[in-house]
Design a protein around this ligand. Structure first.
Ligand code: PBG
Length: 325
């Protein structure tokens, strides 16, 4: 590399055209997946207090929102269901006529194959105790839980989900789901594995949105410990070995190093979940006039792409798609 004054890095930054031509990463609506919540028994969409612009949807408003998102070119949606009836097992999660199954059918009917419909696969919105699996005392019992995940996956696939995304962080969950899908005639349905999902403080607003907060304790005995990155690589390696088709890191911003490490190690399709707390922080600062929402959002999403994400799950999907188009 030559040095100053022969080399002047500012030359390539002088005009918008030069900057665009030399941008190393891109961001497009087709990189974005919108998370959406659908609640059984609602008569009107209900705003989520901590997430301005977002709602718990009825089936009708969910379909409308999905249509508007796909018209704006987003890659797809990931759906979270909130059932009317919760029990200790979370049995509504594998009811073929449950809220998530009806939502997947309705949304697929609307968007066909033009957008990807992902079903989040977990039990915390379905259990009365709010944990992500069956309980044994105050611990989540791993092996019976992953059996149930298999049943849920088959039921979501039967409803037409393009992809299932297990987020419970149980050991062996990808293997159990892959087997159940294959046995049910769904060997074509891919798994987006929440490979490295941390026990994060940034999920607070989501728990209001999805009504899945644990009634006691926390999720630290199954979600990952924030200081660890080697452990994330072991988790991702297991998911790859068990048949994951794509890997996810969650949250995004506090874990960009993990995202980069997972992308570099596996070179798999990699997603990052820009979670509810990340969205709410940005919106709170925006509402106070402390930050420019558009610039900060595009910078944030661009940085997640730069760290290695092929896909970003983000509550800013709709607005970002509008800004990018
Ligand atoms: C449920 C689940 C959570 C999120 C996605 N799936 C909450 C949790 O683990 O407590 C969080 C998403 C967000 O905060 O946007 N397993």
């Amino acid at each position: 590399m030559s040095s100053f004054p022969d080399f002047r890095p500012r030359r390539l930054r002088r005009t918008p055209g030069l900057r665009r031509a030399f941008a190393e990463t891109s961001l497009a609506a087709s990189d974005l997946i919108a998370p959406l919540f659908v609640k059984e028994g609602l008569s009107d969409a209900a705003p989520i207090g901590a997430m301005p612009g977002h709602h718990q949807h009825t089936l009708e408003s969910l379909v409308k929102e999905t249509r508007e998102l796909t018209e704006r070119g987003v890659a797809g949606v990931i759906l979270f269901g909130i059932p009317e009836r919760k029990d200790a097992q979370g049995s509504e999660a594998w009811n073929d006529d449950g809220i998530i199954q009806r939502a997947v059918r309705a949304v697929k009917d609307e968007v066909g194959d033009e957008a990807v419909v992902i079903a989040d696969l977990c039990l915390c919105e379905y259990t009365d105790h709010g944990h992500c699996g069956f309980l044994d005392g105050d611990q989540v019992d791993n092996d019976p839980t992953i059996e149930a995940y298999g049943r849920i996956a088959a039921s979501q696939a039967a409803a037409g989900a393009d992809m299932v995304a297990p987020s419970g962080m149980m050991d062996g969950q990808v293997k159990s789901i892959r087997r159940a899908l294959d046995a049910g005639g769904f060997d074509h349905v891919p798994i987006l594995a929440y490979a490295a999902k941390y026990a994060s403080s940034f999920y607070g607003p989501f728990r209001e949105a999805a009504e899945g907060a644990p009634r006691f304790g926390d999720r630290r005995s199954y979600q990952q410990d924030p200081p660890n990155v080697d452990e994330a690589l072991r988790e991702a390696a297991l998911d790859v070995a068990e048949g994951a088709d794509a890997l996810m890191v969650k949250p995004a911003l506090p874990y960009l190093d993990v995202l980069r490490a997972v992308k570099d190690r596996f070179r798999y399709p990699t997603a990052a979940y820009n979670v509810s707390g990340e969205y709410s922080m940005l919106m709170a600062a925006t509402e106070r006039g402390w930050i420019d929402e558009r610039a900060a959002t595009l910078e944030t999403l661009g940085s997640i792409r730069r760290a290695g994400a092929d896909l970003i799950l983000t509550y800013h999907a709709r607005k970002a798609a509008e800004w990018l188009n």
